[in-house]
Design a protein around this ligand. Sequence first.
Ligand code: ATR
Length: 274
Amino acid sequence: MLRLLSGSARLAGVTGWPVAHSRSPRIHGTWLNRHGIDGAYLPLPIRPEDFSTVVPALAKAGFAGMNVTIPHKEAAFAVCDHVDEFARRAGAVNMLVFSERGIEGRNTDGYGFIANLRAHGVDPAAGPVLILGAGGAARGIGAALQDEGAKITFANRTPERAAALAMAMAGEVLPWERRAEALGDYALLINTTSLGMVHQPPLEMDLSHAHTSLAVADIIFAPLETALLRAARERGLTPVEGLGMLLHQAVPGFSAWFGVTPVVDEELYRIVAA
Ligand code: ATR
């Protein structure tokens, strides 16, 4: 059905450079249609050198806010008048809200990760958590898990980065080489590295030491089922796929910009996965 915008339509979007690969317009577009909202969500390619001038200009042009993706997640701090605690702890902003109070930066990645775990029936604090990787994604997810009361261990190729995150989050460090043999000590395994993504090397991860109750989460969603998640499924473990995190992290933004709290369901998953 054709939906026409009025002169008071609410506007939001996603900015990245490039932004063409983003699935966010599909997510928000599905919800806008579903709720019959007078609004639009657009891809906004902004060059890094233009970010600090274009974003405040969009706020002045009446946008309600935007999502921020690679490579702007750290630069976004500089345009914010306020940032929430999650963005500060994650060291990255993934959504902006424009209001009369100025530009507010938030980070909903950790929220999305936890909401996706719960949607799969996984309790984030059920037992010790092993996080593979110590980059930006590990930082946001680690902070959210810490808030849930989880006991976290980081294993990373570069041990200094794992040690820095463990220090910040009262966690522990496991040598990268020991990640497979130590797996029996954990209730939840999370891949936050880029290994296993399309065009990247595979993640070498032997699951044979896993407890039968292990849940295995991957933040990668291309492919939808990574080799890690396939191996987990084939062993009868609980796989938690990365696309769900992307869908759930979008909920707070939609709610802030368009005034309706949307739901993540099978239909949305199918549309965005296609
Ligand atoms: P992001 O912010 O998206 O998390 P990042 O900071 O570049 O990205 O982190 C990528 C993660 O994947 C890091 O933990 C990185 O390990 P290093 O800290 O040692 O660089 C991990 N990673 C990338 N390629 C890897 C590889 N070939 N083997 C092991 N770990 C790898």
